[in-house]
Design a protein around this ligand. Structure first.
Ligand code: FES
Length: 163
């Protein structure tokens, strides 16, 4: 759902100050849009629509440009992170051992896509290339804890461990 400009949340004085600081730290913000977005995401852990709007207004870059970049590159998150971060390995080793089925099962259970967060903010889901333990394929990682040789049947049990 897209909010209209009028429905957007008003930024606090503190947020405006922080965003100004980010803009000042980028050498040529009008042309270094990726860096601008990276630094904003580093600060807030995701790219809030209102923040991109403020960046656009203050730098003269069009909001559409910023939004286009943010949706094009998977490194950018357009949703707030969940309390628990699930990473599914999609490296070759895991892919051939059923990584895709694990990912699809997670998407079904959580009712979200990759790079999204559940409505209750309990989980965020992403995919990574290789978690460095291919011998345990297929592998998922939840909040830094690795689960190896995972089957689709075990997924719900794993999720229950993370409230
Ligand atoms: S390919 Fe999955 S851990 Fe290496």
């Amino acid at each position: 759902m897209t909010e209209t400009q009028d429905e957007k949340e008003e930024l606090s004085w503190k947020e405006k100050k922080e965003l100004e600081k980010i803009i000042d730290s980028v050498e040529d913000p009008k042309y270094q849009k990726i860096e601008l977005l990276q630094k904003t995401q580093e600060k807030y852990k995701w790219l809030k629509d209102e923040h991109m709007g403020y960046l656009a207004e203050s730098t003269g870059v069009s909001y559409t440009d910023l939004y286009g970049i943010a949706t094009f590159y998977t490194q950018f998150k357009l949703h707030p992170p969940g309390r628990h971060k699930i990473s599914v390995c999609m490296g070759t080793g895991c892919h051939v051992k059923g990584g895709r089925e694990i990912l699809e099962k997670l998407k079904d259970i959580l009712e979200i896509d990759v790079n999204e967060t559940t409505e209750d903010r309990r989980f965020s889901l992403d995919q990574v290339r290789c978690l460095g333990c291919c011998g345990l394929a297929p592998v998922i990682n939840v909040d830094g804890e690795t689960f190896g040789r995972v089957s689709t049947k075990e997924i719900e049990g794993i999720l229950k461990e993370f409230k």
